[in-house]
Ligand binder design. Structure first.
Ligand SMILES: [Zn+2]
Length: 427
């Protein structure tokens, strides 16, 4: 495959400002600002990681969680949302081994599961000796929602984001376990929306504005006549009276310990046999191995709408941690972001969608800010990475050992192909 898998105009007027340190721009959908030195708010907040007294911050966390330990020993101490990837192992490890709490794990079934993700989740609950609740919303509703959000929002992930952010909160209310422990706050990590010292907590508002693209379940229902009450009620956030009666709060571990996903995952690989796999559209191999779409079709939609793919998030993070230079990061972005989607047929088969119908929706999602249409069906990419001068083509040898990611397995773990729509895992 070519080093550059997408067509770009030779040059164009800069439509946005680029951070002088990482690869984000003022186009970032979460919003970022540049200071007088041209450094973005995300990079500035990242500097706190090397400035804050993390042992004092951990002591603060110990104090914060103390009152939530079950006094009778007959209920859980907290709730931890998990999947077969992301930072699940790390969070449960901190909660069980360091805080010595007894968590109830909760997991929303996103249906796009790889067998590797099913294996990782089974291994997590067995190795960490935890109880788990899994939410399987009926596939008919999930598909109906996905048809609607794909067509209207260019998103096949709305139900995943809605489900994985609401199910832990519903469970907190139902089981009367008020404390939910999340990993890092995305707005803080990516764009420096808050300082670590703000100790920001989970809110209904952030979930709606950023996780759900501004549309709650009821607004989907009100806006699109393809959905019925029966399709969306399980995605409703509990009301304030229910939350207050239990005293539900959600905290972020990233405010209390120095967050470094690469180092964390590598410790989890060594300690608990977390398994990873290589995807085409990033050099990173740890974050989304449980899902056939996240780093594939979903990432193409992100590129079409927002002008950058997940590889830009990964590269910016690694630049901030000092493991990549900006030039190396840019070369990696340009190499990976346009790689062809490989697993769209799995999605079409699952949803009952014609590939040409999917292509139509992919093209409709292209933002004119990031794509020129030279002729019908032909597009040129003019997103953020196209503003910068091209660096020499990327080769694996360019990247130092500090920025290497281990792939110790494959998505089709045990040779199982396709979506594992419901899977319990091994043993
Ligand atoms: Zn930056």
């Amino acid at each position: 495959m070519d080093q550059e898998a997408i067509t770009r105009p030779a040059s164009g007027p800069a439509q946005r400002l680029h951070c002088a340190r990482c690869l984000y721009t003022t186009d970032h959908p979460l919003g970022l600002t540049l200071d007088a030195e041209g450094i973005c708010s995300g990079c500035r907040i990242h500097e706190e990681k090397d400035r804050l007294d993390w042992s004092a911050r951990w002591a603060k966390l110990e104090q914060l969680v103390a009152p939530y330990r079950s006094k009778s020993g007959e209920n859980y101490d907290c709730i931890v949302p998990v999947s077969g990837a992301a930072d699940s192992y790390w969070i449960v490890h901190q909660v069980k081994q360091r805080l010595k709490m007894n968590p109830l794990l909760v997991s929303y079934n996103k249906y796009y599961n790889t067998s590797l993700g099913i294996r990782n989740l089974a291994n997590l609950r067995i190795r960490m000796d935890c109880d788990i609740l899994q939410q399987n919303v009926n596939p008919k509703s999930v598909k109906q929602i996905t048809r609607t959000t794909l067509r209207e929002l260019g998103s096949l992930y709305w139900h995943c984001l809605a489900g994985q952010t609401v199910f832990p909160v519903q469970t907190a209310v139902r089981y009367q376990v008020p404390l939910i422990i999340w990993g890092a706050h995305q707005g803080l990590e990516q764009v420096g929306m808050f300082s670590h010292e703000h100790e920001v907590e989970m809110t209904r508002r952030y979930r709606k504005d950023h996780d759900l693209m501004g549309l709650e379940a009821d607004e989907l229902l009100g806006t699109f006549d393809t959905l019925k009450e029966a399709d969306i009620w399980q995605y409703r956030y509990p009301d304030d009276a229910a939350l207050n009666a239990v005293g539900v709060r959600g905290i972020y571990l990233g405010n209390y310990l120095r967050w470094d996903p690469k180092a964390q995952h590598e410790q989890m690989i060594a300690q608990y046999d977390y398994r990873t796999a290589r995807y085409a559209r990033s050099f990173e191999a740890y974050d989304h191995v449980d899902c056939w779409t996240h780093m594939d079709l979903h990432d193409q939609l992100k590129l079409n709408k927002q002008g950058y793919g997940k590889v830009t998030d990964h590269a910016s993070r690694e630049i901030r941690h000092g493991r990549l230079t900006r030039e190396q990061g840019l070369a990696l972005v340009r190499h990976h972001e346009g790689q062809a989607v490989q697993h769209s047929q799995l999605f079409c088969d699952w949803l009952g969608l014609d590939p040409s119908g999917l292509q139509f929706m992919l093209d409709r999602a292209r933002s004119p800010r990031h794509w020129d249409s030279a002729a019908p069906g032909h597009y040129r990419f003019k997103g953020p990475s196209s503003d910068l001068p091209a660096s020499p083509p990327w080769t694996a040898g360019d990247i130092g050992p500090g920025a290497k990611f281990i792939a110790n397995d494959v998505f089709t773990h045990d040779g199982i192909e396709g979506y594992v729509t419901v899977g319990k895992g091994y043993r």
